[in-house]
Write a protein that binds this ligand. Sequence first.
Ligand code: 5GP
Length: 190
Amino acid sequence: MKILKDRIIKDGIIIDNRVIKVDSFVNHQVDTALMNKMANEIINRFKDNKIDKVLTIEASGIAFAYAIASLLNVNLVFAKKEKTSNIGNDDVYSAKVFSFTHNNENTIVVNKKYLKNNENILIVDDFLANGEALKGLISLVEQANANVIGCGIIIEKGFQDGGRFLRNKGYHIESLAIIKNIKDNQITFE
Ligand code: 5GP
């Protein structure tokens, strides 16, 4: 999506040639006009699918997920990160997610009331890197015997393995900008 790629070049801040900060328009300050355009683009890419609910992970996926869910007129659910392990709590589906940016492991949970058998779920997030967040979210959906329609991502870092791994498993992944590599603070898109 050209408008997004241009914005990443203009306002993205690159750290160590591997992390991109997009705080000024995606996940600290949110450019709502851009967010709505990106939401429309994701909806267009999944237009052949019936979507009952949008699922993301707190906190940085929520603005994108909200924009998509509100345009589709469906509910949004965000998985919560628990400091204490909630495994064994019968009220929630849970999965462990290793955070690439924070270098720690979180247990993510969704109350069983909010993911139901056979619901069609679109999973979304701001970034796809090693795929840990998506794998955790997919696991929650599959624990609920709901259907993963696919995953919609703002920025995929194609030089990390998550996208390839999940596509090879057969999941429909759509990313609005895929970064091939970053060298000397220069971003190359696929
Ligand atoms: P993954 O789980 O695919 O390894 O990483 C995705 C998660 O880590 C996303 O939820 C996102 O918040 C965070 N993340 C990964 N890479 C980046 C990055 O380059 N910049 C930012 N801002 N977040 C990232």
